[in-house]
Design a protein around this ligand. Structure first.
Ligand code: CA2
Length: 143
């Protein structure tokens, strides 16, 4: 089983600024954490982070026929991007939306998620652990 883990804009800045919201661990720490859980579960993971909407669309399209699941934190594109929604719908790959913080408890503009409509589950406000929950869900639930 192969899972694509996508992160959107500014998530490469993890651990560098705003530790009160996103914690003090880095993007590299996040990758290592997910990789360790994937090894435990026996699933293959591939990572991609981009600050560009079209690059994320390309990555989702590129997963077609190659990946069995997608874990995506679209960052701020969560709240703006119909293109990411359409891409997830187009490939039909089970996709879990993850947010480190809980956007529903922050500014009003973070309450809308376009991509949610195409996702099998949303995990929010559980920090980095949320990515592991998403991975376990896609890997088969009872793990
Ligand atoms: O809580 C999340 O995971 C978010 O998807 C993060 C996005 C935000 O726009 C969403 O509303 C919720 C922003 C990611 C920015 O990450 C930073 C990390 C370190 C320093 C500054 C920003």
């Amino acid at each position: 089983m192969k899972i694509l883990v996508l992160n959107g804009p500014n998530l490469n800045m993890l651990g560098i600024r705003e530790p009160a919201i996103y914690g003090s661990a880095t993007y590299a720490d996040l990758v290592a954490l997910i990789r360790a859980e994937a090894d435990r579960l026996g699933v293959e993971v591939e990572f991609f982070q981009s600050n560009h909407e079209g690059a994320l669309v390309d990555a989702i399209q590129g997963a077609y026929g190659r990946a069995d699941g997608i874990v995506i934190n679209p960052g701020a594109y969560t709240h703006t991007s119909v293109a990411l929604l359409d891409a997830v719908k187009a490939v039909g790959i089970p996709t879990v939306e993850v947010h480190i913080s809980d956007p529903d408890t922050r500014e009003d503009f973070r309450r809308t998620s376009y991509i949610r409509a195409a996702c099998v589950m949303t995990v929010k406000g559980h920090g980095f652990e949320g990515y592991l929950e998403a991975l376990r869900y896609l890997a088969g639930g009872a793990n």
